[in-house]
Design a protein. Structure first.
Length: 162
């Protein structure tokens, strides 16, 4: 998948090797990473981890760019038929609370639709208010009756294919 999705000044594109050092910095930032996968809470990412991640053929790893500046990350993974799990991150703290997360999710929804995904879902910790605001503004709703051992809630969005 080499699609590029644009919206105003934002571009969502496939991650390339030269993006890896930025991702290492973001993923190793304790403040940014506090809600990331906690299966390895003390993991320190390095370039090889990122290279391995982006070489996956089963997932899509994406960078959000404004001009030449890298500002965010998203991924589509665990795809089963027309459903896919996703994750997202705005990597520059000074750019939080500016609507960029919601714009990222809208771009991600457009991309997902273009590759045949009809439902996107993610798990968000109940105390991750920033991500909850983003998914709500982007049209996601809570999937009720989902239980999690990690104090998370599942959010989903059905995408209308055009």
């Amino acid at each position: 998948m080499n699609k590029i999705i644009k919206n105003n000044s934002l571009i969502l594109r496939k991650i390339i090797k030269s993006d890896a050092s930025t991702l290492v910095k973001w993923f190793n930032n304790k403040q940014l990473g506090r809600y990331m996968d906690d299966s390895e809470p003390d993991k320190i990412y390095d370039l090889e981890d990122i290279y391995e991640m982006i070489s996956s053929v089963d997932s899509h790893y994406l960078i959000l760019q404004q001009g030449k500046r890298l500002i965010g990350y998203a991924s589509l993974y665990n795809r089963v038929e027309s459903k896919s799990e996703f994750s997202f991150l705005i990597g520059i703290p000074s750019m939080h609370n500016k609507g960029l997360g919601t714009q990222l999710l809208n771009l991600l929804s457009n991309l997902a639709s273009s590759i045949g995904i009809k439902t996107l879902y993610c798990w968000i910790y109940k105390n991750n208010q920033a991500s909850i605001r983003c998914v709500k503004k982007a049209g996601f709703i809570i999937e009720h009756n989902q239980k999690s051992l990690k104090n998370e809630v599942k959010w989903y969005k059905n995408i209308i294919l055009k």
